[in-house]
Design a binder for this molecule. Structure first.
Ligand code: NAG
Ligand code: NAG
Ligand code: NAG
Ligand code: NAG
Ligand code: NAG
Length: 584
């Protein structure tokens, strides 16, 4: 494939390319969005009767209807902005606009009017995902994907109509859009989700997700003035057999320390991360690597897989994620979308679908081989009643209840210790991926060391529960494999649910005899962070009985080795103010 066929996308040329493309496709209609299941009959069924039972109390959600990708997160004049893909008319995907919310703490949000919605020839067919870049002089600009009436995907920009309004309520889409048109050689129905731009060597650069056949591609574009963009000869990166790349994210991290970096940072102490969302599997993966700003090439390290088996920001229900640099607190923050796992009829009946996960601070692990994640510290302001469990030993088959908190809406941190790693089962490499192990060895299948962990959203009789637990296997002396599982299978027996046994390996040395776990529990979501944020898993679950005060929280051990709960602290979590009218 020749990647060099690109020119400045002048409008006249764009129009020409468009005709050419339609001709090439024999005049047939370009296939629309493959990423979401489409239910035309439900797209505009507005709901007034919002069902509360599985709604979250402190995750980001609008009052009703469908949401998906987080878009253009940024901080401007001390105020956080989050835009997101939103269907104003119904609880399934469709009619997508950029909804807009603002916050002073990333926890409590005020809804503003929609920022971007279809209105011009370059976005009348849809306003899809994109990112914000803050240009010198504190001037935010949004790059987003617009679809025209023929569903051709192109990249547009929008700018604040009034820079003195810190809420940036109104956005203008200038008439010189589109900025980037899919020229020949680019798949015009898989050309979307521009990243935050970075500046190097005198050029602004952005990356756009795409595919050619089954090769996933991150197309690279450059511009001197942010208005005229030229496709680079080579993509920033591409990988065969990974299918369409959506929502790429490309950003620098420090080699050492937890501070985040501005997206344009380069230097000796800097590594780069490329994350992509795989349309085919609806999972994401990332690599750590080296960015060469002269060649504009990204070379992933050979320590992490570059494909299906790659590292995941979250091994559960998490997609279309995007980071931004929070200059308020010098950190890089990750947002991700967690969709519903119940049938679409239930979404329509409950009137809403989709949440954003709790924003996480991200930094490079000191081993240089993976990212670390931790819920933003601000979420702790919602901690209410606190209970602590002193040192407690759990023999095989024992559990202990954590009483005195609202277990349906809680934050729990626990440190486990184990005395005898010798009884760990031998790891068998033919078992394959972590989720396969978890699916075969659920929380009730006794092991050597583990399963041990917590049972969230549990009924008192364990009819329903969502266990989050570890298993430790022995590879050889002093070498172990640790699996973290979040198993939705026993969470509920309502029909039609998607209930995976999500799992990830935890790259941690357990010879010190300890493992920590934190879970944010919020009615229909459990977000877990193993070993201080090395492995994260988000599960969406829909208990029928373990709701409100009937939800319980336990620590348990079903393995041969005695496990000690060294320390367990749990808090009831208060509701956040989310997207209702009012002050921030
Ligand atoms: C272009 O993208 C569309 C949508 O993902 C896909 O159906 C089609 O096969 C792609 N064509 C090529 C040549 O990759
Ligand atoms: C991985 O890359 C490092 C240098 O970055 C090199 O020393 C090492 O040999 C490589 N390993 C493999 C398996 O290619
Ligand atoms: C979905 O709706 C059906 C019909 O009302 C109900 O029986 C079922 O419990 C609902 N599922 C969930 C997960 O709430
Ligand atoms: C884990 O730590 C122990 C003690 O610090 C050390 O002896 C061992 O070699 C380490 N294991 C690995 C796989 O790094
Ligand atoms: C979320 O919903 C489940 C169940 O319908 C699907 O299996 C997932 O593919 C989907 N995830 C995304 C990212 O769309």
């Amino acid at each position: 494939m020749d990647w060099s066929r690109s020119r400045v996308p002048l409008p006249a040329f764009a129009a020409f390319a468009c005709c050419l493309l339609v001709m090439m496709l024999g005049g047939s209609v370009v296939p629309v969005e493959a990423s979401h299941e489409i239910y035309p009959e439900l797209q505009s069924v507005s709901v007034t009767n919002i069902k509360k039972v599985h709604r979250t109390g402190y995750h980001f959600q609008p009052p009703k209807h469908w949401i998906n990708d987080p878009n253009g997160p940024m901080v401007y004049k001390g105020i956080y902005h989050l835009f997101y893909q939103y269907n104003p008319k119904g609880a399934v995907w469709g009619n997508i606009i950029w909804a807009h919310s603002v916050s002073r703490d990333l926890v409590n949000w005020k809804a503003l009017e929609p920022a971007i919605y279809p209105s011009k020839h370059f976005d009348i067919g849809g306003c899809w995902s994109g990112s914000a870049t803050i240009l010198p002089g504190d001037r935010p600009v949004i790059l987003y994907t617009g679809l025209d009436k023929d569903a051709i995907e192109m990249q547009n920009y929008a700018i604040p109509s009034d820079l003195t309004d810190p809420y940036l309520r109104h956005w203008t889409k200038p008439d010189d859009n589109p900025l980037i048109y899919p020229t020949e050689g680019i798949n015009a129905s898989a050309f979307r989700d521009p990243t935050t731009a970075w500046f190097s060597g005198g050029y602004w650069k952005t990356v756009i997700g795409s595919r050619h056949r089954r090769r996933g591609i991150a197309h690279l574009y450059r511009s001197k003035d942010f208005l005229h963009w030229v496709k680079a000869k080579h993509p920033l990166h591409s990988v065969p057999n990974t299918g369409n790349w959506e929502c790429p994210d490309f950003f620098p991290v420090l080699k050492e320390g937890k501070n985040g970096l501005d997206t344009s940072s380069l230097g000796e102490n800097v590594r780069h991360i490329l994350k992509v969302s795989l349309d085919e599997t609806r999972y994401e993966y990332y690599t750590i690597g080296t960015y060469d700003p002269k060649m504009d090439k990204y070379i992933p390290d050979n320590t992490s897989a570059d494909g299906w088996d790659g590292l995941r920001l979250d091994y559960g229900n998490f997609y279309a994620s995007k980071t931004f640099f929070d200059s308020n607190k010098n950190r890089r923050i990750l947002w991700g979308w967690a969709n519903e796992s119940d049938p679409k009829e239930n979404d329509t009946a409950k009137g809403w679908s989709g949440i954003q996960t709790i924003p996480r601070t991200m930094w490079l692990d000191s081993n240089g081989k993976q990212l670390m994640h931790w819920p933003i510290e601000e979420i702790e302001m919602l901690r209410g009643n606190k209970v602590e469990l002193g040192k407690t030993t759990l023999k095989k088959g024992e559990h202990v209840e954590v009483k005195g908190i609202t277990a349906a809406q809680a934050d729990v941190e626990v440190v486990f210790s184990f005395s005898d790693l010798n009884v760990a089962e031998k790891f068998n490499p033919s078992w394959g991926a972590a989720h396969t192990i978890c699916a075969q060895k659920g929380s009730n299948v006794p092991g050597g060391v583990g399963p041990f962990g917590i049972m969230t959203l549990a009924t008192e009789d364990f009819y329903e529960y969502t266990p989050v637990f570890f298993r430790i296997f022995k590879v050889k002396n002093n070498m172990h494999k640790v699996v973290l599982c979040s198993d939705a299978r026993p969470s509920s027996y309502a029909p039609g649910l998607y209930k995976p046994a999500f799992a990830g390996f935890v790259d941690v040395n357990v010879t010190n005899g300890k493992l920590s776990l934190r879970s944010l529990i919020d009615n229909s979501v459990v977000e877990s962070f193993g070993a201080g944020g090395k492995t994260c898993i988000t599960s969406r679950v829909y208990p029928q009985k373990a709701i409100y005060d009937n939800a319980h929280l336990f620590a348990f051990n079903n393995g041969m080795a005695v496990i000690t709960v060294e320390k367990l602290t749990a808090w009831s979590m208060k509701n956040a103010n989310r997207n209702v009218r009012g002050r921030i």
